[in-house]
Design a protein around this ligand. Structure first.
Ligand code: ZN
Ligand code: ZN
Length: 365
């Protein structure tokens, strides 16, 4: 079938992308779903830092690539043995899980090695691509490629949700909430009454804040951008600081989530972790980034540093938990949506994200 989608032509184009135009929006051919795959009509797709990282070249991927990995939509067709009901809504996730490899047996601590290899190659876990343009292959982004009217994904990339979960909310569950929430519940594991500090208040950091609040924890937000600190307070943070302000206030928290993806943020997160506490790093800095911390503080203060790749998530296990929290009214995920845009506005949306001027912008169809 013919679809309309947003294809990244080259990695590393200079910002602003509204001017350098590395993304082309136009028609593509989409193959029907193969065995274990589904065809999804996309309803909403979030613009995430992991899209921006491919566009700006921080995480180079094979191009041309149809971007977008945080999305929700309606299943329109299913291949053999897909095990997903046609007509229902699914959340699509960036982390296909085969359920059979050694990594899949680590309860979410390691991402599926089969899914990871497929993501790196820009193909589906079933092998190859389902996207073509003028007969030439177009790669999939993280097994989803949701900046398009339709997508074919592996059923291992999709989690069904009930129809009462609106598309905007469902989309956010696929990346921001899975990652930020997972950093709290899977990796940080705060005890009853523990304060949670979040360093880096973008989409993932704010999702961590909301999930920690929903579970009854006091939350402290840390960011360099005053507007984000203000929003964090609106979303329930008990206090907010700039990194320098946190140091001046001698802030220490038993669980600290670093969600900024920078070495300086990691250093801040380590510096404000209390004795006996846990620093969770869930951000994805540039591979060449280096941080400086005093190892003695880890020893003398009996502290733990946990790397949480993609929130240590098992989507099929975690997403229903977030849906329950949302349904109970304790997880106001609608507050994460800063803009709703059309597909044609994607380059400008990437520029807003790069400038730190947006939380979650949703492409709606
Ligand atoms: Zn993402
Ligand atoms: Zn696996």
């Amino acid at each position: 079938m013919q679809i309309i989608g947003a294809v990244l032509e080259r990695c590393g184009a200079p910002a602003p992308f509204a001017t350098s135009r590395p993304v082309t929006i136009g028609p593509l051919e989409l193959d029907p779903p193969g065995p274990g795959e589904i065809l999804v009509r996309i309803e909403a797709a979030g613009v995430c830092h992991s899209d921006l990282s491919v566009v700006d070249g921080t995480r180079a991927r094979p191009v041309p690539m149809l971007l977008g990995h945080e999305a929700a939509g309606i299943v329109e067709a299913a291949g053999a043995d897909a095990g997903v009901a046609v007509g229902g809504r699914v959340v699509m996730t960036f982390l296909p899980r085969c359920g059979r490899c050694d990594a899949c047996r680590t309860d979410g601590r390691l991402p599926c090695s089969v899914g990871g290899a497929a993501n790196a190659a820009g193909v589906l876990v079933g092998g190859g691509v389902r996207l073509r343009r003028d007969g030439a292959a177009v790669h999939h982004h993280l097994g989803v490629s949701a900046f398009a009217t339709h997508a074919v994904v592996s059923a291992a990339s999709a989690v069904p949700v009930d129809g009462d979960v609106p598309p905007d909310i469902a989309a956010l569950l696929g990346c921001a909430v899975l990652t930020g929430g997972g950093a709290v519940i899977n990796a940080g594991r705060p005890g009853t009454g523990d304060t949670v500090a979040v360093v880096g208040l973008g989409g993932v950091g704010m999702a961590a804040l909301l999930v920690a609040r929903a579970l009854g924890h006091k939350v402290i937000g840390v960011d360099t951008v005053p507007a984000k600190l203000e929003l964090a307070r609106e979303l329930g943070a008990a206090a907010t600081h700039t990194p320098a302000g946190a140091a001046d206030a001698e802030l220490r928290a038993p669980v600290v989530i670093e969600a900024a993806g920078s070495a300086r943020a990691f250093e801040t997160a380590c510096a404000i972790t209390a004795p006996g506490g846990t620093t969770v790093t869930v951000g994805l800095p540039h591979p060449d980034a280096r941080a400086s911390i005093a190892p003695l503080t880890l020893t003398a203060e009996a502290r733990t540093v946990v790397g949480s790749y993609l929130g240590s998530a098992v989507p099929g296990r975690d997403i229903p938990r977030y849906v329950e929290l949302w349904r109970s009214g304790r997880l106001p995920l609608d507050r994460l949506v800063s803009d709703r845009i059309g597909l044609a506005d994607l380059p400008e949306a990437l520029d807003r994200l790069a400038a730190g001027a947006a939380l979650r912008q949703l492409v709606v169809f």
